[in-house]
Design a protein around this ligand. Structure first.
Ligand SMILES: Nc1ncnc2c1ncn2[C@@H]1O[C@H](COP(=O)(O)OP(=O)(O)OP(=O)(O)O)[C@@H](O)[C@H]1O
Ligand SMILES: [Mg+2]
Length: 602
């Protein structure tokens, strides 16, 4: 699958995307232009009818009736033919649009799958879907409707001008004045650059408002619980106000100019009439001139259409181009670099060597700063430390959610960047705090750990993860679809399903991030049991807030402000009387306090 890596922007990029189905698009444009040309047939026919009438108006019986009828048929045929050609043009453009849309969506899906996993935690799936769906749809609309329109809109003014000059160049020139005047005014007040800026700001404001409204709906239960109104949801309220303010200023800025534009171009006869009067005095063939004058006045009413359409289509084009720019930002996000000569790890120890990492690229706000440690194979290495110190970040770097900025991470001595990503994925199992279950059966949700596993193996994993009992109680047991109505799983239950997934995967390296964070004591104990099953003979990195969990770890790393502050076993660290010792004192104090209270109650 070829990737759309394009440096082009705006209209050029739009045409590039549209040209993927070149044959169909060209066909559609040619048909559209022919359609436009035919649509002039009635005007020309009527011109000849008027000429016939004017030349013979002293003696109407001398009119060539058959010729008149033929002209009538030409007019009708032209009109019908124009509609038919237009229809055919739209057929072609729709075919092109649908297949372009299909290809782009496929490309998108492929591209998104190749991005670092971290990209997805930074960009919510909802946001991605919105950008992809909305903008690809806009592109589809553009290719299906606006592209043939655009071709027609370019052909129409040219044909119009040709016709204007063929019959009487002086009147043609007079008709040209309002067109030139209208466009000059439009251009002078609202150049392309300025229009582009407006469109960008408009789209930004719209996007902000859409995002805020989603957030508002999500948070509505909280708002209700705290008896708040929409006005206290300041952010949403202000974003809506900003949007409306912007749209008002946008409208006002365009309004006056556009009114002037439409007035001038729609009333071309105002310029024609004085010209007709001036020229009429010197006309040699008065009848012929009168006839041309009538035709021009008549024709001048249809002058506005091709030109206003040109303005309209170019505006739509700018809007779509802006949307495509947003989409390209995602398409151009760099995929996780894959090595061309992959190496495999023979052992499963983990080593961080001077790792520096920042979420937003270079320099500012580093999340990890010169982190070095080793986690031996078959041992449990625990990470503790205050919130925001960088524990989860260390965990996320091991399965390569992101690449490090400096230093390296090695598994069994091999830099993880030198491993094939499939390979890395297969040797690292992880249970992160944001548990995600797919809207499919519990069985399939667990089977993600090992797609080839049989039902018995899944059940065995579920038993080990202490979730067999509650799964059995669900309406359809293991075949219950998660997310279907009436199926509710608690946070702890969901976490145990994800643990079952990891047990089934049985990877030699395991990263556990606060796996017991929101479990009640009974649940926590079950999760602990499940985990001890999972951790047997593995290289384990465990991140926990409850120090009881990490007490038995082979090595404890105290993380603080993106650095490793202390390293050692529990006893050593307590004896060292540093940061860990202080944390332990606080923790065991709290535990004793709880115990004391319970004893008092008994
Ligand atoms: N996706 C992200 N984008 C930008 N910054 C992030 C992201 N995730 C974490 N950070 C920042 O990186 C730093 C380390 O965060 P991290 O999640 O590793 O902390 P933690 O030790 O796991 O904290 P906690 O105990 O609360 O889970 C924090 O300053 C945090 O704000
Ligand atoms: Mg964390």
């Amino acid at each position: 699958m070829n990737q759309t890596k394009s440096q082009k922007t705006g209209m050029a990029r739009l045409l590039e995307l549209g040209a993927r189905k070149k044959g169909l698009v060209v066909c559609s444009c040619v048909l559209a232009v022919l359609g436009v040309a035919l649509s002039f047939a009635p005007f020309v026919a009527i011109y000849f009818i008027i000429r016939e009438l004017v030349t013979h108006f002293t003696d109407l019986s001398s009119i060539d009736a058959e010729h008149m009828i033929r002209l009538g048929w030409y007019a009708a045929g032209g009109a019908v033919g124009a509609i038919a050609l237009n229809f055919a043009a739209l057929m072609c453009s729709h075919l092109a649009a649908f297949s372009t849309q299909y290809e782009l969506k496929l490309e998108f899906a492929n591209h998104i799958a190749s991005l670092p996993l971290g990209f997805h935690s930074a960009n919510s799936t909802g946001k991605l879907r919105k950008i992809v769906d909305e903008n690809i749809e806009k592109l589809e609309g553009f290719v299906a409707h606006n592209l043939p329109d655009l071709a027609g809109s370019f052909a129409m003014p040219i044909l119009t001008l040709a016709i204007l000059f063929v019959f009487d160049w002086r009147l043609g020139a007079a008709s040209l004045i309002p067109i030139i005047a209208a466009f000059s005014i439009q251009m002078a007040s609202m150049g392309q650059e300025k229009a582009k800026i407006y469109i960008k700001r408009y789209q930004n404001a719209l996007e902000d408002m859409n995002n805020a409204s989603v957030e508002y709906v999500r948070g509505i239960s909280v708002l209700k619980a705290f008896n708040q109104t929409v006005f206290s949801f300041r952010k949403f309220y202000e974003i809506i106000r900003n949007y409306s303010k912007f749209v008002m200023s946008y409208t006002i800025a365009f309004e006056k100019i556009y009114t002037v534009f439409l007035t001038i171009i729609g009333h071309a006869y105002i310029f024609l009439v004085p010209a007709i009067i001036l020229i009429a005095g010197g006309a040699e063939d008065y009848a012929k001139f009168a006839m041309a004058a009538v035709f021009y006045i008549f024709f001048s009413f249809s002058l506005a259409t091709p030109f206003t359409k040109l303005v309209y289509v170019s505006q739509i084009g700018n809007q779509v181009a802006d949307g495509i720019g947003r989409m390209d930002k995602i398409l151009n996000a760099a995929p996780l670099p894959e090595t061309s000569a992959p190496k495999t790890a023979a052992a499963y120890s983990i080593a961080f060597e001077n790792v520096t990492f920042s979420y937003n690229g270079e320099g500012e706000s580093v999340a990890l700063n010169g982190v070095s440690f080793t986690a031996a194979q078959g041992e449990i290495t625990a990470l503790v430390g205050p919130s925001g110190s960088g524990k989860s970040t260390i965990g996320h770097l091991i399965p390569r959610f992101y690449d490090v900025a400096e230093g390296s991470i090695k598994i069994g001595g091999v830099d993880i960047r030198d491993m094939a990503s499939d390979d890395l994925m297969s040797i690292v199992g992880f249970v992160f705090q944001d548990v995600f279950l797919f809207k499919q059966s519990i069985l399939d949700n667990i089977k993600i750990g090992d797609p080839n596993a049989g039902r018995e193996e899944v059940v065995a994993a579920a038993k080990a993860a202490m979730c067999h009992d509650f799964i059995e109680k669900l309406p359809q047991g293991y075949d219950t679809v998660f997310g279907s109505s009436g199926v509710h799983l608690s946070g702890g239950e969901r976490q145990r399903i994800v643990i079952a997934r990891a047990i089934l995967k049985n990877a030699p390296i395991l990263v556990l991030d606060e796996a017991t964070a929101f479990a009640d004591p009974e649940n926590e104990q079950k999760i602990q049991l499940a985990l001890s099953e999972l951790m047997k003979n593995k290289t384990v990195i465990i991140i926990a807030h409850r120090l009881s969990t990490v007490r038995g770890a082979d090595k404890i790393l105290v993380v603080n402000k993106g650095k490793i502050a202390e390293t050692g076993r529990h006893d050593e660290l307590v004896a060292a009387n540093g940061r860990y010792a202080a944390m332990w004192e606080l923790y065991s104090g709290a535990a004793n306090w709880m115990l004391g209270k319970e004893t008092a109650n008994a």
